[in-house]
Design a protein around this ligand. Structure first.
Ligand code: FAD
Length: 535
């Protein structure tokens, strides 16, 4: 069957880009009665949305720039996401050492701006900020620090255990309301008639076939690629207004029990516990190269290690061998200039009717946290253009598709029902919600339900990813349907098993299986400099 056969019809809304902005918009539009199609050039959520520090947060440091509106919006969305995706979003304590008067005032304002954080019956309470001193403060520091601070502030934000699966969950929620979506379909250019965008010419990268998609409105939600698509499509080339900033994270063994902030000359970074490991980051470095050529490089990893070692006062410096994996992305910032660290993280919505081109909106998301609300704003513009009556909004209150409120009970029920290892039941319920049972039912083969790593992941996830979650390449499975690939190379034997399972499901030839092996290995090799092509 041609997987893109159904895209040749006219829709109310064509969303280009399947990051969190596109996925949240597809959900908003389809749940309010708009016929919606979303197309993503690579895998869903594989762009900037896979580069986050996994925080669902208010953005404390934006208060320094008096961005009260953005912080309030983010804190409100933090509460909403914890309510509509409770199995993904959890309270996350953060330690700010040696606070000065500015930080103390800042956190007071942060608590005030999140006055409603426990409103609406969230099952998990978010406490207010506390100042802790002396031995109790020192005990909260990573034990690798030479001189832990004896005066700290402990405040709460939230962690999303898997932004990649949460993006997919927004998309599944959209599809539950009839939206259609395809990954590995690239928009080549817009279809333009009489100064109006009426759709796009797109290419299915799996089959090589081109299609014409017609739409009453098109939203360009392609993140750092927005300008690339505009320049490729519209007759006049527009100078690129966006400054992009490279942000990377390093994955290491676990270095702290709670998120610990370091503020230095170069900005800030943190040690954040995640899955019994640490995420260290982010960096914030201006990037001027081609977006499509950017990748995490050895140069960026080594520079960041120097910054960490110069700032964190560790007993033993971190070395390159301590880095199990590194990932990152480019921030599409709404402000220009070299000071990318202090540039605003607000989102940017542009209606091209203002430049005489009807039917097209460009939407670049500033923060993962605020995407649901940003989608509401984009959709309001779409409604004004399409002039079709929209149903009532529900994304603020309704659980996302498959999301589960009674996580602890469901873990125990799943464990008993399927006779699973406790870690497996825990992982499946938190990452798959109510779909965990159908995942277990897909298991076949002698070891399909046996844990393959310390998190309790199982091979049945691979089968489920291909059959029910549109995974088409090995990295879709390693990094966005499961967590298998995040902690360094999972080992040859496991990689072969994954490729064998996917190959059997997708009918790969020996040559294709080999290409997939090379593709997977490529994620564990880094180019020398950002913007270099890997040979
Ligand atoms: C290092 C780093 C850390 C961050 N940490 C956080 C955090 O902890 N919390 C937080 O709230 N925010 C964080 N952010 C911000 C957040 O990641 C972004 O705001 C958000 O992911 C933007 O989503 P998006 O959908 O707009 O863009 P993207 O996720 O980049 O999605 C755009 C998509 O469009 C696709 N595309 C491009 N061109 C085409 C085309 N021609 N046809 C079809 N598809 C196309 C791309 O492949 C991509 O998947 C962080 C950002 C970075 C870089």
């Amino acid at each position: 069957m041609d997987r893109t056969a159904s895209i040749d019809s006219e829709v109310d809304l064509l969303v280009l880009g399947g990051g969190i902005t596109g996925a949240a918009l597809a959900y908003e539009a389809s749940s309010r009665g708009y016929e919606t199609l979303l197309l993503e050039q690579n895998d869903f959520g594989s762009g900037t949305s896979a580069a986050t520090g996994k925080l669902i947060h208010g953005g404390l440091r934006y208060l320094k720039k008096f961005e009260f509106g953005l912080v309030r919006e983010s804190l409100r969305e933090r509460r909403i996401l914890s309510k509509i995706a409770p199995n993904f979003v959890y309270p996350f304590p953060t330690i700010l050492p040696n606070p000065g008067i500015v930080e103390r005032m800042g956190l007071m304002a942060y608590d005030l701006l999140s006055f409603d954080r426990n409103r609406g019956g969230n099952r998990q309470r978010l406490p207010g900020t506390r100042r802790i001193k002396g031995e109790a403060a020192r005990a909260l520091a990573p034990n690798s620090l030479e001189n832990p601070a004896s005066d700290v502030l402990r405040y709460f934000d939230c962690l999303c255990i898997s932004p990649e699966r949460l993006t997919l969950t927004f998309l599944k929620s959209a599809m539950n309301y009839g939206a259609r979506a395809a990954n590995y379909v690239e928009a080549l250019r817009f279809l333009v008639k009489d100064n109006r965008v009426i759709g796009a010419i797109v290419k299915d990268k799996m089959s090589g076939k081109e299609h014409e998609v017609r739409a009453r409105t098109v939203v360009n939600a392609t993140g750092p690629w927005t300008q690339t698509l505009l320049n490729r499509s519209l007759e006049q080339s527009v100078p690129d207004p966006q400054t992009r900033s490279e942000g990377i994270y390093l994955v290491t063994r676990k270095l702290s029990e709670e998120m610990y902030l370091f503020v230095g000359r170069h900005g800030h970074f943190s040690f954040a516990p995640w899955n019994n490991h640490s995420l260290i980051g982010p960096t914030d470095t201006p990037y001027h190269g081609e977006v499509s050529k950017w990748a995490v490089s050895e140069q960026s990893i080594n520079r960041f290690l120097e910054v960490i070692n110069a700032t964190a006062d560790l007993k033993t410096p971190l070395r390159r061998e301590d880095v199990l994996f590194a990932y990152g992305g480019l921030r599409p910032l709404a402000e220009t200039g070299e000071d990318t660290y202090n540039a605003s993280r607000r989102s940017d919505l542009h209606d091209h009717a203002d430049d005489g081109m009807e039917g097209l909106i460009t939407a670049a998301g500033g923060k993962y946290t605020t995407s649901r609300h940003f989608a509401e704003e984009i959709f309001s513009r779409v409604v004004k253009k399409v002039k079709k009556k929209a149903g009532p909004p529900l994304s603020e209150h309704q659980l996302l598709f498959g999301c589960s409120e009674n996580v602890e009970d469901e873990i125990q029920e799943l464990r008993q029902w399927a006779g699973l290892d406790e870690r497996t039941a825990d992982f499946l319920v938190r990452h798959y919600g109510t779909e965990a049972r159908s995942l277990v039912s897909e298991a076949h083969g002698p070891n399909a339900l046996g844990p393959i790593n310390e998190r309790g992941e199982i091979l049945a996830q691979v089968i489920f990813a291909v059959r029910h979650e549109m995974a088409l390449n090995v990295d879709d499975v390693l990094f966005r349907r499961t967590d298998i690939g995040w902690f360094g190379h999972p080992g040859k034997e496991l990689m072969d098993q994954i490729i064998d399972i996917m190959g059997a499901e997708l009918g790969w030839s020996a040559r294709e299986a080999n290409e997939q092996r090379n593709r997977a290995e490529g994620h564990y090799r880094f180019s020398d400099k950002p913007g270099d092509d890997l040979q």
